[in-house]
Design a protein. Structure first.
Length: 319
């Protein structure tokens, strides 16, 4: 990708250094700002991707290398630099690479989420090999760690009667079993949601410096053949047993995210058509979290046949 015009070498150098500095601050946000700082984790991949999009590939790669070097110096011989590379660094370069070459934002996000999942699995495999254990053992350890936190939260309350605590333990056993079966799917969902967030932030920051390829979010639809994957995975989940049932469940969860995003696009279209104020839009998006993803994934699925947005979209500008 050629260097974008209108930027001097000094401006590019400053951008690379600032991107690296801001990324390092985001990585250390919890230590610096406490629990509130954990929200900044969502933005770790943004500075490098933004510099790539605005100033060119060489600047993006330079910011990535400088960030990795700074984290290596800071943490020494630990896994921190490798965690940044696999979960944030390479994905930020991947997303900016696809977007800067005209790839639609939805496909760019899908490719990047897949690459992140592969890199994360590779990192876990490398750690397992170094520690003389297995990937499944590390996953089991992570599952147990998170389940222990859930058990402690629900069963150590001072105001809970012994009977209520017993009922909670019984319910938690069911939740624990489902969590073990869907652990990988929810990791993939996390990578996908994180990547889509980066696309949204890059779109907000774009201005006149670069564009996000693809159709507008309010008119976005999942590829129609994908619904067959949803149907088949649901069918397998309900009739199969064992490993096949687990595979069907994980695929079903991942595909439901796709239609949840389409449901959000329908809701966003309604907000824009009715010109809802930002306060009401915020409440509406909040309801998508409170009510859970299933109702809005259902809206996305039925939009394939009902077409809630027919003849109501003006223009086709990205975001």
């Amino acid at each position: 990708m050629p260097m974008p015009p209108g930027n001097t070498n000094s401006q590019r150098l400053v951008a690379v250094c600032l991107a690296a500095l801001v990324t390092v601050l985001f990585v250390n946000s919890v230590e610096l700002f406490g629990i509130v700082g954990s929200l900044l984790y969502l933005f770790i991949a943004v500075p490098v991707a933004y510099v790539y999009m605005r100033f060119g590939a060489s600047c993006g790669v330079g910011a990535f290398i400088l960030t990795t070097f700074a984290l290596t110096v800071q943490s020494g011989l630990s896994y921190a630099p490798f965690e940044y590379i696999a979960l944030f660094g390479v994905p930020s370069l991947s997303l900016a690479f696809f977007l800067s070459r005209g790839c639609r934002w939805d496909w760019a996000a899908a490719f990047t989420a897949f690459a992140t999942a592969v890199l994360a699995f590779g990192m876990v495999a490398a750690v397992a090999a170094g520690d003389g254990t297995t990937v499944s053992a590390i996953f089991d350890q992570q599952v147990e760690t998170q389940l222990d936190q859930v058990r402690e939260f629900f069963t150590t309350g001072q105001d809970l009667t012994p009977e209520l605590q017993r009922d909670l333990r019984v319910s938690l056993r069911v939740v624990e079993e489902r969590f073990r079966q869907t652990f990988l799917a929810f990791h993939v969902l996390g990578y996908a949601a994180f990547t889509l967030f980066q696309v949204w932030v890059l779109a907000l920051l774009s201005g006149r410096h670069y564009s996000i390829p693809g159709e507008s979010f309010v008119s976005w639809k999942a590829p129609e053949p994908l619904v067959w994957g949803l149907i088949v995975s649901g069918f397998v989940f309900f009739i199969a047993d064992g490993l096949l049932k687990q595979i069907g469940l994980n695929l079903l969860i991942v595909l439901l995210l796709v239609y949840y995003v389409q449901g959000l696009a329908v809701i966003t279209c309604l907000f824009e058509r009715r010109q809802f104020p930002m306060f009401l839009r915020g409440l509406g998006y909040g309801m998508t979290i409170i009510l859970g993803p299933l109702p809005f994934a259902g809206i996305g699925v039925f939009d394939l046949w009902i077409d809630f947005r027919k003849k109501r979209i003006k223009g086709n500008e990205p975001f």
